[in-house]
Design a protein around this ligand. Structure first.
Ligand code: FES
Ligand SMILES: [Fe+2]
Length: 401
């Protein structure tokens, strides 16, 4: 249980909020690189409560800046990209895309002041995704972690951007250490509803005999011991701090980036490293993606809960837009959640005192070293087998949080 004040401290992510400042110390996934290809050179995106514009520059690199013009707030999305910046379509003020500096104001004095500059953030691309660092000092940005799912070059990958989830990021990420939820939410759901997901039901519908968690450099490790007819010790990759799920689904290695859009909405970008030979290897800028959207007017009662992802989604969203953690009764199976919350609290405290976070930080001496996790268990291998290659939608449905 948390007090209302503690809950606020962990869930609010806008500029200047304690958790918002912590999350800004980590590279955040923005969108598939391929979205900005060909004639498309701009994209509007909201992250951590800020309206941003991503621009592909003439040299093929990417820049990220505040979307709204410093003059009278029109969107620069409709602006004109020029060799040295982007010009607002309303009255023509021009901004350097990489620094945000106002460099021209037609029909005005040539003088500009710092107040006319926009925020600009560094971007990097890896594995078909664009990432942004929104920390206060771009020069001090840590290395972008080379997670194996986005850094390996020997297997194809695919990306999916899921529909916006109508809830705060924290309840989604807490689910990553909530290992005991799978028996009922996935196993029982599949069994009772006779869903066509036999492998899921068989895997999770086993009595849980023991569970444990441990703190590691990357986040929180989790272990589950199944009993019954098919006893097994389930060891999976850790919860990656602060907002990533890393999980194998049969032969597909996946990552889920849970990016706060604002306090009440979360974007999930799913990346799957596919089995060798399941699709062709392509350059990062060509990694295929799909954007999934909810049908128009869909209410939560209408969600298709036949997939593991939607089963998770209905519990996340019905916990409340921002779950009220002062009304919980935590139990023994929630110990991993408590460990994660304490980790989050301690890292927020560090940043507040002017120190950089210490969890899930890449060694600066080896900035591009691949970060891989071994999994002793690979859920429902047989069930996932018929899905690839190219059946990304199904693969998402079964990648579990
Ligand atoms: S609002 Fe952009 S130049 Fe006026
Ligand atoms: Fe789940």
């Amino acid at each position: 249980m948390l007090t209302a004040k503690e809950n606020e401290r962990l869930t609010q992510i806008g500029p200047g909020t304690p958790c918002g400042e912590l999350l800004r110390r980590y590279w955040q996934a923005v969108c598939p690189t391929k979205e900005l290809s060909g004639k498309v050179r701009k994209k509007r995106i909201e992250i951590l409560g800020e309206k941003l514009l991503v621009v592909r520059l003439d040299d093929g690199s990417f820049a990220c800046m505040s979307e709204q013009c410093a003059h009278r707030n029109a969107s620069l999305y409709f602006g004109f990209i020029e060799r040295d910046g982007i010009r607002c379509c309303y009255h023509g003020w021009k901004f350097d895309c990489t620094t945000g500096t106002c460099i021209e104001r037609p029909f005005e004095s040539a003088e500009t002041t710092a107040k006319m500059n926009l925020k600009a953030y560094p971007m990097q691309q890896l594995g078909g995704l664009l990432f942004v660092y929104m920390g206060p000092e771009p020069a001090k940005a840590p290395p972008l972690p080379h997670w194996d799912v986005i850094a390996r070059t020997d297997r194809p990958r695919t990306i999916a951007v899921l529909p916006d989830h109508k809830c705060n990021w924290l309840q989604i990420q807490e689910n990553t250490v909530d290992t005991a939820h799978t028996y009922y939410l996935h196993g029982e759901f599949a069994a009772v509803n006779e869903l066509d997901s036999k492998g899921v039901a068989e895997y999770y519908h086993r009595p849980i005999e023991k569970y444990d968690w441990a703190i590691s450099h990357w986040g929180v490790e989790k272990t589950l011991v199944y009993g019954g007819d098919r006893p097994e010790v389930e060891v999976r990759p850790p919860l990656i701090f602060p907002n990533i799920l890393r999980v194998p689904v049969g032969p597909v290695e996946s990552m889920h980036f849970r990016i706060p859009i604002d306090d009440e909405r979360t974007r999930i970008i799913w990346v799957g490293l596919m089995p060798e030979g399941s699709a062709s290897l392509v350059p990062d800028s060509e990694v295929p993606y799909e954007i999934r959207r909810d049908p128009p007017g869909v209410e939560i009662e209408d969600y298709d809960v036949s997939t593991v992802w939607q089963q998770d989604r209905v519990v996340w969203e019905t916990q409340g837009v921002i779950a009220d953690r002062s009304r919980e009764n935590l139990a023994a199976t929630d110990r991993g959640i408590v460990m994660f919350r304490r980790m989050l609290q301690s890292q927020i405290d560090l940043v507040e005192t002017g120190v950089e976070p210490t969890v899930a930080v890449v060694d600066a001496a080896e900035p591009t070293r691949m970060i891989a996790f071994d999994s002793a268990t690979r859920p429902w291998n047989e069930a996932v087998a018929p899905w690839y290659p190219g059946q990304e939608t199904e693969a998402i449905g079964a990648s579990h949080g």
